[in-house]
Design a protein around this ligand. Structure first.
Ligand SMILES: [Fe+2]
Length: 261
């Protein structure tokens, strides 16, 4: 007899790998992200992170599999000093009632669409995740009102034929299978972008939350002029080739398939 278990995943994410939820009234809440403590943590782009939950409740951002004992991205421990400064962000991360792994605010400095294409990566959300349990996906709550910025999602890193561009005003709420979809933000402006990112375990709790807030992937793509799209694609190709050449010169292979963040 053959047993095929597989992970528990959300039907709502099956087709495209993401949903956009109802917009949250972000302006009604205080700017808690300015009060919490950040650590330097290299992700895609020029970033810092402020963890709300980490592997053992310390202010650090390492993947849970890098701790002893190594474990998957579940059962994150909320950090009392951060929770105290960010009660609304904590409440929102916990609202679905799904298991939470890493939970942190990202601070991203301004960049461009071309930068975002080069920064596209997949997350390592399900390392050590036991087969038959819930697949870990991520919630993105945009905190700053980044009217000209957008999230870029692709099925394939270098293929522009499937590309979703999701607007990032204050209160934008997305849930993304970031281990499946290549993703990065194009952030225009002069101030950093802040976004709460939470690892949630798929299951009935998350499904109910997606339904409650009308999760859908039927949202319009942010319109970007074709010449900007073409120039971004060309720049991504150029940078990938330049990096491969630099690594080849050092006798190393490219390892950008999985990111820590
Ligand atoms: Fe990521």
């Amino acid at each position: 007899m053959i047993h095929i278990m597989g992970y528990i995943k959300s039907d709502a994410l099956r087709e495209t790998g993401f949903v956009v939820l109802d917009q949250y009234d972000q302006e009604a809440d205080p700017k808690e992200w300015l009060d919490i403590e950040y650590v330097d943590w290299k992700s895609s782009g020029d970033t810092r992170f402020a963890p709300l939950a980490s592997a053992f409740g310390e202010i650090e951002c390492n993947g849970f599999w890098n701790h002893k004992p190594p474990r998957t991205d579940k059962d994150g421990v909320f950090i009392p000093s951060q929770v105290e400064k960010a009660p609304n962000l904590t409440r929102r991360a916990q609202e679905p009632g799904a298991n939470i792994g890493r939970c942190r605010v990202i601070e991203l400095q301004p960049n461009t669409y071309a930068d975002a294409l080069y920064n596209l990566h997949q997350d390592d959300n399900n390392r050590l995740n036991p087969d038959g349990t819930g697949w870990v996906v991520r919630g993105f709550f945009n905190l700053t009102d980044d009217k000209d910025s957008y999230f870029v999602l692709r099925e394939n890193r270098t293929d522009p034929s499937v590309e979703y561009r999701i607007a990032l005003p204050a209160g934008a709420q997305l849930i993304v299978d970031t281990q499946r979809l290549w993703h990065a933000a194009a952030h225009y402006g002069s101030e950093p972008r802040y976004c709460l990112i939470t690892s949630w375990t798929s299951g009935p709790e998350l499904d109910a939350y997606i339904e409650k807030y009308h999760g859908t992937s039927q949202v319009p793509n942010v319109e970007v002029p074709q010449d900007v799209l073409d120039a971004g694609q060309a720049e991504q190709s150029r940078r990938i080739a330049a990096r491969a050449a630099a690594l080849a010169a050092r006798g190393q292979a490219d390892q950008t398939a999985m990111s820590e963040a």
